[in-house]
Design a protein around this ligand. Structure first.
Ligand code: COA
Length: 175
């Protein structure tokens, strides 16, 4: 199916900007704290690594069976980028499914920014036909669990690569 075009999203304190290559230099700093990778693995990217990753994310998947959507979260008050949210969208039986994820710079954590950005992301996804959300979260990652729970996702019994699969009720189950 044709996926919708990504667009800027605005919430109370944040603008979510569609990812562009110009974000890479400032995002190298945002993603530089090793504690960001405690529960997900990975390491702080170099500018080269991040530029290559962003080029791929912007290009999207080759077969168009998925849609890739990436936003950089920028604070209104300081103008600083502080993290990102992303969604991978695909059709699955009756549902349009979005796998979602969120990252906020430790210097800006515990101020509700992940929850605010994720809420804006989910509003947009629902407005564009997504019926079910999933996220994969390490069983000891309390902060990420709280973000998911607040958005209506709940843990399932499915474990994938050591992470618990969280899901929102499908559109059919809600109605
Ligand atoms: C997960 C993450 C995005 C949360 O960002 P944040 O902006 O601090 O989150 P919020 O301020 O919106 O807080 C969300 C909830 O988590 C709680 N929380 C935040 N940090 C916490 C911590 N270190 N320990 C326990 N709870 C925490 C908040 O109190 C809040 O709880 P509430 O909804 O019950 O009030 C951030 O910790 C992060 O980027 N971690 C590393 C990247 C990562 O693992 N991403 C997840 C991939 S799915």
């Amino acid at each position: 199916m044709p996926w919708p075009a990504i667009e800027p999203l605005v919430s109370d304190r944040l603008t979510l900007e569609p990812l562009s290559l110009e974000h890479a230099p400032s995002m190298v700093d945002v993603l530089s704290d090793p504690t960001l990778y405690t529960f997900t693995g990975g390491e702080p990217p170099t500018l080269d690594t991040l530029s290559t990753r962003y080029a791929s994310q912007i290009r999207g998947p080759a077969d168009e069976s998925q849609g890739w959507f990436n936003w950089i979260a920028r604070r209104h008050d300081t103008g600083a980028p502080i993290g990102f949210v992303q969604a991978t969208v695909e059709s699955q039986s009756q549902d349009i499914l979005a796998e979602i994820a969120w990252v906020i710079d430790p210097a800006h954590q515990r101020q509700g920014f992940a929850s605010e950005a994720t809420a804006a992301l989910i509003d947009w996804l629902h407005a564009h036909g997504v019926t079910r959300l999933t996220a994969h979260i390490h069983p000891e990652h309390t902060a990420s669990q709280r973000v998911a729970h607040r958005q209506g996702l709940r843990p399932t019994s499915t474990i994938e690569d050591g992470e618990v699969r969280w899901e929102s009720p499908s559109h059919d189950e809600r109605s």
